[in-house]
Design a protein around this ligand. Structure first.
Ligand SMILES: C[S@@+](CC[C@H](N)C(=O)[O-])C[C@H]1O[C@@H](n2cnc3c(N)ncnc32)[C@H](O)[C@@H]1O
Length: 254
């Protein structure tokens, strides 16, 4: 199983898409179990940082079953969720119709969206300077090139637009990092085996993390791309991370 998803070549994206399509029905349940429900809190932090206002346009990349997209819509933003797995999108659309039927008619921000779109985060099917907010939760790490994903986020953001990235991090403290990698190596694949019949899909988290520079690398790349107000927020001692940056307006470019 080692490096199964990181063999070079074109099949990489196909393997990742196939993996998420297989685990889609149990994805939300395992997310809750493996994070002890904390991912909900971290996603609320992302939405807080994205600071959505009614009428603003937001894009959530690698939207999966739609947590962030549905959260952004609650603040009145016009939201598009993009993912390349139709099965993950089907779960998101089902949740969207569920949340709409539970809302009183006058508060149905959801009537503005989210619109769930099938597409590749490395070639975002939207024009330059389209969105006030671009978020990605646990997505950048999965791309064949996370740098391309980040550049695409910057391209589709409007000048002044806010980019927010949530993902697994890498703690600085060696002992804490060892414990956390052990947890990802042993406990998380067990959950995958029990609830999805697939340990390999969840061993993939640690595998992908080894190929991802996490919070410090993403922060450095944001600065290199010329984003403004770059912030690196480490959560739970660096186990999780949020990267934040703003696209400079032309006048502010140095
Ligand atoms: C770990 S899930 C994250 C889902 C959701 N954002 C969340 O926070 O729960 C990663 C998602 O990224 C999607 N994905 C991976 N590579 C992609 C790509 N190149 N383009 C679009 N979606 C991609 C997968 O299909 C999957 O739904």
């Amino acid at each position: 199983m080692a490096n199964a998803f990181f063999d070079p070549g074109d099949q990489r994206a196909a393997k990742v898409r196939d993996l998420f399509s297989r685990i889609a029905p149990r994805y939300d349940l395992i997310n809750d179990l493996q994070s002890f429900g904390l991912h909900r809190y971290w996603k609320r932090r992302v939405i807080q940082l994205a600071c959505p206002h009614p009428g603003q346009r937001a894009l959530d990349l690698c939207c999966g079953t739609g947590d962030l997209a549905l959260g952004l819509v609650q603040h009145g933003a016009q939201v598009a969720g993009l993912d390349f797995s139709e099965r993950m999108l089907a779960m998101a659309r089902r949740r969207k119709s569920g949340s709409r039927s539970r809302e009183p008619e006058q508060t149905q921000h959801a009537s503005l969206g989210p619109r769930f779109v099938c597409g590749d985060a490395q070639r975002i099917p939207f024009s330059d300077n389209s969105f006030d907010i671009v978020t990605v939760g646990y997505g950048l790490r999965n791309l064949a090139s996370w740098e391309t994903g980040l550049r695409e986020m910057q391209r589709v953001a409007k000048p002044g637009g806010r980019l927010v990235v949530l993902d697994f991090g890498k703690p600085d403290n060696a002992i804490w990092r060892g414990l956390y990698f052990g947890y990802l190596k042993l406990f998380v694949p067990c959950l995958g085996r029990i609830f999805c019949g697939n340990a390999g899909a969840y061993a993939y988290i640690l595998e992908s993390l080894k190929h991802y520079p996490a919070q410090q690398g993403v922060g450095a790349k944001m600065r290199e791309l010329g984003l403004a107000n770059v912030r690196v927020i480490s959560l739970l001692g660096g186990v999780m991370s949020i990267n934040y940056g703003e696209k400079r307006s032309k006048a502010g470019m140095g």
